[in-house]
Design a protein around this ligand. Structure first.
Ligand code: FES
Length: 258
């Protein structure tokens, strides 16, 4: 571990990760093995990559010290060696033609969206980013996003910054005002379900990076199963770590998710 930075209530871990930046695509993740019998492996979305830093190829991941494993990792000393596997999982699919995109994330789930915004911008897609959090301390990457995308809309539950409320309150109007042809979101099923549903009811396709427990991250343990409906309309189960974590929103069986 090269550095631990602060981003409001979160910690941003900078890690030397040879080979990861070169294969990285937004939405992919790494699995960190703490080397401590008390903690399971932890999956982190890759937030940023730098293929050629002064320390070689590096990545950044966002950790919430308010969670048990997050506190453990955030307290590690710089220089600690962490076993990392990645990048893993299926990334966001990028449009072939320029199309307006709405990106929606709350709290640390904004982590995979910044690099996605960069790639969309490189494809000349006008990007609107809707960032939510319970309060100002839990807003992530707003300043960087303002330099990167056409429009950033901020929502906090306590109204300390931006609009008061939750992101779902603003998705419908932003889909309309931005003329978005695609919606990208990331987060826990309970957090992104309403967002994906609004996109569906607006006939806008969505790509959803699901945050579910991933005990192994490599397809072996079946601890990350997600119910989906296939192109053939047949219900089935997929593993979020190998067939996801990014899935088309209309394929996810939201009723079967926690
Ligand atoms: S996390 Fe083990 S199979 Fe997906």
């Amino acid at each position: 571990m090269l550095a631990v930075g602060r981003a409001g209530a979160f910690r941003v871990l900078s890690l030397a990760a040879p080979g990861v930046p070169a294969a990285f695509r937004p939405g992919t993740f790494v699995v960190a093995s703490p080397g401590d019998d008390r903690l399971a492996a932890r999956a982190w979305w890759i937030h940023r990559v730098d293929p050629a830093s002064a320390f070689g190829p590096t990545i950044e991941v966002v950790v919430d010290p308010g969670s048990p494993s997050g506190a453990w990792f955030a307290d590690l000393a710089v220089g600690t060696r962490i076993a990392l596997t990645g990048p893993l999982g299926r990334p966001f699919t990028l449009p072939r033609q320029p199309v307006a995109a709405l990106l929606v994330g709350e709290g640390h789930a904004v982590a995979p969206l910044l690099a996605l915004a960069e790639r969309l911008r490189a494809r000349e897609c006008p990007v609107t980013l809707l960032v939510g959090a319970r309060d100002e301390k839990h807003l992530l990457a707003v300043r960087e996003a303002r330099r990167l995308v056409r429009q950033v809309v901020v929502v906090t539950e306590d109204g300390s910054v931006g609009h008061r409320g939750v992101v779902a309150d603003h998705v419908g109007s932003l889909l309309a005002s931005s003329s978005a042809g695609v919606l990208y979101t990331a987060g826990r099923p309970d957090a992104v379900r309403a967002v994906a549903s609004i996109a569906a009811s607006s006939d806008v396709p969505s790509q959803v990076a699901l945050e579910v427990p991933m005990p192994c991250g490599t397809g072996l343990c079946h601890g990350c199963v997600v119910a989906v409906v296939g192109d053939d309309a047949v219900p089935r189960q997929v593993r979020a770590c190998t067939e996801g974590p990014v899935l088309p929103g209309h394929r996810i069986d939201w009723e079967a998710l926690p």
